[in-house]
Design a protein around this ligand. Structure first.
Ligand SMILES: Cc1ncc(COP(=O)(O)O)c(C=O)c1O
Length: 294
């Protein structure tokens, strides 16, 4: 089961307002979203049927679509309800590790760069996905390497959208890191400052301070914002600033944040060693409590 291709699962996918059997949730090969990346998505987690910050994710999906010049044909209330229904329909209400993937794309009516005549489709898939990184990786802390690709400048792409096109360089960076024996890649921004990982934000600790890059040219993660709030409650000082790669050795702990990654301690970035310790543990615990609070 663990190695089963994701498109071969049993279950139901919410597809344009109806549930279709998982294996039949298909689209046409001339889909605009596939050829020209007119596609946006969300990653959401549900813990025993309480979807964490569902409305924030739905609003970001709607906003991402707007940044790609399309409106979703469903309201935020309808999309939230559809996520809940998908969890129930797939029998996952009691699971503590549900991943919810709502996504939207332009269809196949016309194939050319302009897409205003192409229908907007929306689908939601949910499945049990305990962790983006394995538990062994999480406990030991992951090993990262610097990516060759940089986050694009905000003048070159709608960099705040959670849009498929932004992930081309993430995939390439992740593949390159894995080929070198690392788990994850650290991407710099277009000016050479530390930015984020391929699907998660990054934090560094020293002397009671959590330093994290200013999220103005990449996704300001919902987990990132949650962690900032939790860290303040825990008495840590938050410092959002430009961080240079030369500074990586100035910190003692480091961790990633993201809906899929949750809080993932980092053990190394290219020979700079971090020791996942008190701060990582405190943030893992605080986040674990927070997402299960409701
Ligand atoms: C590129 C990128 N950055 C950051 C994040 C973290 O965002 P969030 O905490 O909202 O999941 C994600 C995950 O969605 C991501 O894909």
């Amino acid at each position: 089961m663990a190695n089963m291709a994701i498109d071969q699962r049993e279950g139901w996918i919410w597809y344009n307002g109806e549930f279709v059997p998982w294996k039949d949730a298909k689209l046409h090969v001339l889909t605009h979203g596939l050829h020209y990346a007119s596609s946006v998505f969300e990653g959401v987690r549900s813990y025993k049927s309480a979807v964490f910050k569902q409305r924030e994710h739905t609003e970001r999906l709607i906003a991402s679509a707007k940044m790609l010049d399309f409106d979703l044909p469903y309201s935020a209330d309808e999309l939230d309800a559809a996520c809940d229904e998908a969890i129930i329909r797939n029998g996952l209400t009691d699971s503590d590790a549900v991943y919810v993937r709502p996504f939207a794309w332009r269809g196949s009516e016309e194939l050319g760069v302009p897409a205003r005549n192409n229908k907007v489709h929306v689908a939601i898939a949910v499945w049990d996905w305990p962790s983006y990184f394995t538990m062994e990786e999480k406990l030991a802390g992951i090993r990262m390497t610097l990516a060759d690709w940089r986050r694009p400048s905000p003048e070159t792409i709608p960099c705040k959208a959670k849009a498929a096109g932004l992930y081309m360089i993430c995939m390439l960076s992740k593949h390159a890191a894995m080929d070198k024996g690392y788990t994850e890649a650290l991407m710099l921004d277009h000016l050479g400052n530390v930015a984020e990982a391929t699907s998660a934000n990054i934090f560094f600790h020293r002397n009671g301070e959590l330093h994290t890059p200013i999220a103005d040219t990449f996704l300001d993660g919902i987990t990132r914002r949650t962690v900032i709030d939790l860290a303040k409650v825990a008495g840590l000082k938050i410092v959002e600033r430009r961080i240079l790669p030369e500074e990586l050795g100035d910190f003692d702990e480091c961790f990633l944040t993201g809906t899929a990654a949750e809080i993932t301690p980092v053990a190394e970035i290219d020979q700079v060693i971090y020791r996942p310790g008190k701060v990582c543990k405190a943030m893992v615990d605080a986040y674990g409590k927070e997402v299960r609070r409701t």
